[in-house]
Design a protein. Structure first.
Length: 332
């Protein structure tokens, strides 16, 4: 038996308008109900690293505004591609996000392919933090090197045999040093390690004399005097090392290399949810306590809109991709 439409719905145009409105109403209802359960942020790096530490600081504050817990799920490996792949496959329901770091952004250049498309598989939510990198030397191994030009002079004097270390082949410290070598027309030999911790340990021990490292890994040793900071890669000096000149100030005008982290959602996540998450991120990063906590571990609050995040991703993907290609760097 067929059931007739109510008189108010017999007009085809009116029915069409209602049909168009239903998804909008449903979306609004979903946004109002979200979040109805804890949210998971996948950190594609080990606990205790710069990405993990910064994510936990910011997530704790965001959970207050969202009135839901934010759970951190560490899934490390392959420059962050394992965790990013898990996030790309997650349901786009607003309950799974991933913290993007520079190594993961550049993974496609280093591995040849990844199980996701960094631009198609995700929706940007916001830039979270900047992570300055700093060139440090072992003061016992290089007692006369107090600035970048001193290191370059030493490298040239040794005919390119001077070693430097990083957290690994294809790491941001590796790419930055190679670009610096290209511009400055000097050579040093790369000794890659599996992570910052063992690299810094051998740097302090004198097995390798120099390293371009993220600030988080070396700041305690700079304070202790076991390492000497001679240059920061960012375009401006950092507040934790106000007397250390930038690379740009030491003969390389315009040089600016800063690693960073950004929050992404699986592609297809409702826009209302992305906008709400971005707004809560902005509020959290504006909090002085959050800023102080981030700075205390060597990173800096740096909110960017979803649009700014996407733009920064593409700019860095192209810039550092060229460095990788020009220097034939791989992580295979």
């Amino acid at each position: 038996m067929a059931f007739p439409f109510p008189r108010s719905l017999r007009n085809p145009a009116r029915r069409a308008l209602i049909a168009l409105a239903l998804p909008l109403v449903a979306g609004a209802a979903f946004a109002q109900a979200w979040p109805a359960k804890p949210i998971t942020v996948i950190v594609p790096f080990p606990p205790g690293g710069p990405t993990d530490v910064a994510t936990r600081i910011v997530a704790q504050k965001m959970s207050q505004g969202l009135k839901q817990n934010i759970l951190i799920d560490n899934r490390s490996g392959a420059s962050g591609t394992i965790g990013a792949a898990a996030a790309a496959k997650a349901a786009p329901d607003g309950y799974t996000f991933v913290m993007l770091a520079t190594p993961t952004l550049l993974a496609a250049h280093l591995y040849g392919q990844t199980p996701y498309d960094i631009f198609k598989s995700f929706t940007p939510v916001g830039v979270v933090y900047d992570l300055p990198i700093v060139m440090v030397v072992n003061p016992k191994a290089l007692p006369g090197v107090n600035d970048l030009q001193g290191l370059i002079a030493k490298a040239k004097a040794e005919g390119g045999k001077l070693n430097y270390t990083t957290a690994g082949a294809g790491s941001f410290g590796h790419l930055t040093t190679e670009q610096l070598k290209n511009i400055g027309k000097f050579d040093m030999q790369h000794v890659p390690y599996r992570g910052s911790a063992p690299a810094v340990t051998d740097l302090i021990g004198g097995q390798v004399p120099a390293m371009f490292s993220d600030l988080v890994a070396v700041m305690p040793h700079i304070r202790a005097g076991t390492l000497r900071a001679i240059a920061v890669g960012s375009g401006k000096r950092v507040s934790l090392l106000p007397d250390v000149k930038t690379v740009a100030e030491q003969g390389f005008p315009g040089f600016d290399a800063t690693s960073w982290g950004g929050l992404l959602a699986p592609a297809g996540t409702p826009k209302d949810v992305v906008d709400r998450m971005s707004a809560e991120l902005k509020t959290a990063l504006a909090d002085k306590e959050v800023q102080d906590k981030l700075e205390s571990v060597g990173s800096f609050a740096a909110y960017g809109t979803p649009e700014q995040t996407g733009s920064r991703m593409r700019q860095d993907f192209e810039r550092w991709g060229k460095v990788i290609r020009d220097n034939k760097i791989t992580n295979q």
